[in-house]
Design a protein around this ligand. Structure first.
Ligand SMILES: CC(C)(COP(=O)(O)OP(=O)(O)OC[C@H]1O[C@@H](n2cnc3c(N)ncnc32)[C@H](O)[C@@H]1OP(=O)(O)O)[C@@H](O)C(=O)NCCC(=O)NCCS
Length: 280
């Protein structure tokens, strides 16, 4: 029997046990456009790092079976959709829209001023769903990868390690655009608080910081979390971040001033995402 033959009930996501919620999340993303390799620990760390509020997130039940969910993260007056989906066997009944409408009601009740999200450029079914709900595209975000970098472009620069806190509080020398949710300062602080092995590097001119990079190394790859530098310092920071490992830099705004330095080092755009925004 299809879910539409049962009365649907929408409940806060914290009504489910953690294994049940993580299982729903994993099944909904099991055939995602990009393989995610999720397990319960990965879902738990997304909840912590991104400030997902399970009390404000919603799960759709059909005869007590979870059939759809939408996750809401909250920081002050801002919200962000940190995952939504329907397991493959329950699709075709617009249950994703039921979950999204419920989570936007929760956002309204919480008095949020806006709710953001990102959707992969090939994920038309999800993007059209968001448009139906009133989300508007704000900018394009690129997912970059670079082969291992060796050496710096000339002139070489002195690079020093620094603390993540120092890097986060450095003045913005390159005026990097507003960071997307997953790489925002609050996410980086959460990652560090929960023991993620983060590294940071800085470069100076006349004793003043004019470039910083923050990254996480895992699985033989370095993931850039923040990069902000004057143009002359960008290459040296990328080289320090790579330290011989392939680099990944996720959700970089298309007008990011570091784009040309990344391209010069052979950076490739693997995927593009629409960043979208909804206001009550
Ligand atoms: C996005 C998702 C939740 C939609 O599932 P759903 O709620 O069951 O949606 P439906 O299958 O009922 O489809 C909704 C509408 O999109 C249409 N649609 C289906 N495939 C489509 C496609 N490839 N392109 C455009 N429209 C499409 C359907 O026809 C339907 O419209 P209709 O009701 O007028 O026929 C589901 O595909 C999913 O879980 N995907 C994996 C996780 C994911 O991508 N999450 C979003 C991350 S941003």
């Amino acid at each position: 029997m299809t879910p539409s033959h049962h009365a649907l009930e929408t409940v806060p996501a914290d009504r489910l046990s953690m294994p049940d919620f993580a299982g729903l999340f994993m099944r909904a993303y099991s055939d995602y456009l990009v393989p995610l390799h999720l397990d319960e620990a990965a879902v738990a760390s997304m909840i912590r790092n991104w400030d997902l509020s399970l009390a404000d997130s919603r799960v759709v039940l059909s005869a007590d079976t979870p059939v759809a969910f939408a996750c809401l993260a909250i920081r002050g007056e801002r919200g962000w959709i940190g995952g939504m989906g329907v397991p493959p066997e329950h699709r075709g009944h617009r249950l994703g829209e039921v979950a999204m409408r419920a989570v936007l009601d929760a956002a309204r009740q919480r008095g949020l001023a806006r709710v953001g999200l990102e959707v992969l450029s090939g994920n038309d079914i999800a993007r059209l769903l968001y448009e139906r709900l009133g989300f508007e595209a704000t900018r394009m975000l690129d997912i970059w990868s670079l082969d291992p970098l060796t050496g710096q472009a000339r002139p070489a620069r002195a690079i020093e390690t620094c603390s993540v806190v120092e890097a986060l509080s450095a003045p913005a020398p390159g005026r990097a655009p507003e960071a997307p949710w997953q790489r925002a300062a609050a996410s980086i602080v959460n990652m560090q608080a929960h023991g993620a092995p983060l590294e940071a590097f800085a470069t100076h001119t006349s004793g003043v910081i004019d470039g910083v990079v923050i990254l996480a190394r895992a699985g033989g790859r370095a993931s850039v979390l923040a990069l902000d530098a004057v143009p002359e310092a960008t290459d040296a920071l990328l080289a320090a971040a790579s330290a011989g490992m392939p680099l990944r830099y996720v959700n970089v705004a298309e007008d990011d001033p570091h784009r040309s330095a990344i391209l010069e080092r052979g950076g490739r755009v693997d995927l593009r995402q629409y960043e979208m925004c909804w206001r009550p």
